[in-house]
Write a new protein. Structure first.
Length: 108
């Protein structure tokens, strides 16, 4: 039950929910996420820390970038992600389109 509480608490914030749904599109760096969410780097970093603590995301270093990606190896996270895929919201749709077009070479 503790794991569920962490996940749902982490997803209880609109920005964190948006970040998780964007990461369904592709792994992204902080610059790309910040550009889409429209908040400061420190705010995005804090959101990512909370999502990491809930075991929703992982990160990997690639050259000078740190890529954040969904933790698809966790079965509990997989269950939650299946539910999130069905969210129908204009902001989420816009975020999805922006995530597809996001290009870190122009942002970072």
């Amino acid at each position: 039950m503790k794991n569920y509480l962490k996940i749902f608490k982490a997803l209880g914030d609109r920005s964190r929910l948006r970040i998780v749904i964007m990461l369904l599109v592709k792994p992204m760096c902080v610059c790309e996420i910040r550009e889409i969410i429209g908040t400061s780097m420190s705010t995005v970093s804090n959101h990512l820390r909370i999502l990491k603590e809930a075991d929703l995301i992982n990160f990997q270093k690639e050259e000078k970038y740190i890529n954040y990606e969904l933790n698809i190896t966790n079965n509990l996270v997989q269950e939650v992600l299946n539910i999130l895929k069905d969210i129908d919201d204009k902001i989420i749709t816009d975020d999805h389109q922006k995530a597809v077009k996001a290009d870190r070479s122009n942002l970072c």
